[in-house]
Every structure is written in C-alpha cells, then in structure tokens.
Write a protein that binds this ligand. Structure first.
Ligand code: TRH
Length: 349
C-alpha cells in the first residue's frame, strides 16, 4: 500500500510555516520519493523555491553535516530523532523547543494530552502536540487552502481531465484497497437510474476499481475520469470543486473538511481496531447538532451504506459541512497555534 500522509502532513506544515519570513525551515524526510510525488516531482527544488531546505533523513544522523541545531524541532509521527541530533540539541547553549507532533484524533483524551511535557533524561523536555477538533487541542493546518482554491480555473495537472462545462454532480475518489468502491458505485448507478442524476466521477491514481467494472458501468449518467497522481495543491483544488469527496488517512480527510462538502472518510486501518473507536469519536463530533435524519444517515454513509439510502439528504449534509468548516476556522489553525506555543516557551525559558 502506498501512503503519502505522513510526508503530506509535514510538507503542508512546512509550506504553511515557510510563508512567514522570519522562519527558516529544514525538512528531513526518510523517503524523498514520496515527497517528490506530492511536491511537483522534485521536493528539493520545489522546497528551495519556497524557502524550505529538504534533506534526506540520513543527514540528521551525522552531526558533522549539520552546521547548527534548530531553535524549534518538530518530530512528526513518532519518527524518533537520531541520537546524534538529540545530543546536539542537549549541548546547544539555547535549548531548542522540542515538539512531538502526533496523529490527528477526535477522541476526547487528546484535550488532556495536548502540550503535555515529557522530560527527558538529558535535561531536555519535549511536548506532545495533538492536532484536533476542539479548542484545547492543536487544530488542523489550513495553509494556502484559500489561495489555491479561489481560482476557478483547473490547475495544470488537471486541465486535460476537468469537465469545466459539465452540469453533472462531481465526486472524487481516493481510498484504500479495501474500500468497497465497486459496490458503492453500483449504488450511485441506482440513483442515476431512479432519480435521473448524472455524475462525473474523478478517480485518483491507484484506486481499487477494475477496468472491466468501469467499462461495464459507464453510461450517459456515470462519467468516469481516471486521474494521474497530481501535486498536493492540485488535489486540494479538486476536492474544493467536487460536490462529494471520498478521502482517507489524515491529510485528505482534513482537506475534505475545509472543502465544506460532504465526504466519506476511509480511516487508516489499525491491527488492534483502534481506528473504529477513532472513527466513531469523529462522527460524534462532526454530526453533533445536525438534523437527526442527517445524524443517522450521515453516520451510515461514512460506513459505506448504499448511497441511494442517504443521497436525498445531500443538500442538508452540504449545509452542515459548510457550518463545520466554519467551526474549524473559528478554532484556529495548527500553524498559528504551534507558533503561539513556541513563543510561549521562549517567554517562559
Ligand atoms: O496516503 P495516506 O493513506 O496517508 C496515511 C495517513 O496519513 C495515516 O494517518 C498514516 O499513518 C499512513 O498514511 C501511514 O492518506 P492521506 O493522509 O490523505 O495523505 C495523502 C496525501 O497525498 C495528501 O497530502 C494528499 C496527497 N495527494 C497528492 O499529493 N496527489 C494526489 O493525486 C492524491 C490523490 C493525494
């Protein structure tokens, strides 16, 4: 399975912070091939144009190759800093602000864990940073979303695919291999036949939908558009323009929320089934305050119920999604909250 989320979240955060001119960013990554895919085929070059120095993870292992230790060190997704780097941090005259960026969760314990210090036996202390959906957590990254999505013109990588003049409803698909996409699409076919809707269905790279299925299912109402893997900003634009998005993991999941449109979240599966608890925690928070029919149907939809059972509620869901996106904005964004935390640490040191 190809995963881009860890690199995607870090790249997005680096891009968001690089907009501020007093910050110099170094992004260490253990798989530059993944980063290249989401960053216009050349993360090092793209990063340089944005003021981000992209470096292979191996460099952080060798203290000789690093001129100085950073003022702020963000260790993302328990990547565990190399011992050589931690040594440099401990020896630095001004101790860096060390943040452990965790996975996003809607579970209520994140409120208590967010910004919890974890003293180390070398005199340093790192703080857990929990992104989330409440005021007590660290928020989610907005970055350049508004700028990217304000353009009515499709970005370069989508220009050959985007059906600008179509009157059909637009759906994007980016899921894991286990997602029951063919069954779900058959449900959509039922809506097309019974209600006369038509759909443009944008299928992202490497989705588990067979060519035979696409061939046998296409009709004047169901238009399948197979997309190549595109740069992260272009995928954001696609999400913002679709009426419904099928997303997964962490980063596309958050973007679907900024889009203010209904979506299905294909959560990253964990062997101990912890993801089921995580999904339910999100659904409770997300549908809270929505009309009761949407509350019930939306939760079913998120667990792959046949679209024909809830599609008639799409308009209500769309309104709810807009309200939710506004709620997220009001909570404050991760890139701002993380800088506020760093400032508070500088004052208290
Ligand atoms: O790739 P993912 O499945 O990532 C996952 C999750 O982040 C999960 O939490 C993590 O533990 C696991 O990886 C290892 O899904 P996600 O998070 O949506 O990340 C996809 C990234 O890929 C996102 O930044 C958007 C980007 N993307 C593109 O740049 N171009 C594309 O064409 C598409 C479809 C996605």
């Amino acid at each position: 399975m190809d995963n881009y989320g860890d690199a995607g979240v870090c790249w997005r955060l680096a891009r968001s912070l690089s907009n501020r001119d007093d910050i110099r960013i170094r992004l260490f990554c253990d798989d530059l091939n993944v980063l290249d895919k989401i960053a216009h085929s050349d993360a090092i070059k793209r990063g340089a144009s944005l003021g981000i120095e992209v470096l292979p993870w191996s460099v952080a292992h060798s203290s000789e190759q690093l001129d100085q230790v950073a003022d702020v060190v963000i260790e993302a997704f328990a990547c565990e800093l190399p011992a050589a780097y931690v040594e440099l941090m401990a020896e630095a005259p001004k101790k860096p602000c060390w943040i452990n960026l965790e996975y996003l969760t809607a579970e209520s314990w994140a409120d208590d864990m967010h910004l919890m210090p974890s003293p180390q036996n070398n005199g340093l202390s790192k703080h857990f940073y929990f992104p989330g959906f409440t005021e007590k957590t660290g928020g989610v990254t907005l970055g350049d979303w508004d700028l990217i999505t304000q353009s009515s013109q499709a970005p370069a990588s989508l220009q050959d695919y985007w059906q600008a003049d179509s009157k059909a409803q637009r759906i994007s698909i980016f899921n894991y291999r286990h997602a029951p996409l063919e069954t779900w699409l058959k449900g959509l076919q039922t809506i097309a036949l019974s209600r006369g809707n038509s759909f443009d269905i944008y299928i992202c790279a490497d989705q588990n939908i067979s060519a035979e299925f696409l061939e046998s299912s296409k009709s004047p109402q169901l238009n399948f558009i197979q997309l190549p893997f595109m740069p992260q900003e272009d995928y954001d634009w696609l999400l913002s323009r679709c009426d419904f998005n099928l997303v997964r993991g962490e980063d596309s999941f958050v973007r679907a929320q900024w889009a203010g449109k209904p979506f299905i979240w294909d959560i990253y599966p964990q062997s101990d089934h912890a993801h089921e608890v995580k999904l339910d925690a999100f659904l409770e928070r997300y549908f809270e305050g929505s009309p009761s029919s949407l509350n019930t149907q939306g939760k079913m939809a998120m667990k792959w119920a046949c679209p024909s059972t809830w599609w008639p509620n799409l308009e209500v869901w769309t309104q709810h999604s807009e309200t939710w996106a506004q709620k997220l904005r009001d909570l404050g964004q991760l890139e701002v909250k993380i800088l506020d935390f760093v400032k508070s640490q500088e004052i208290s040191r």
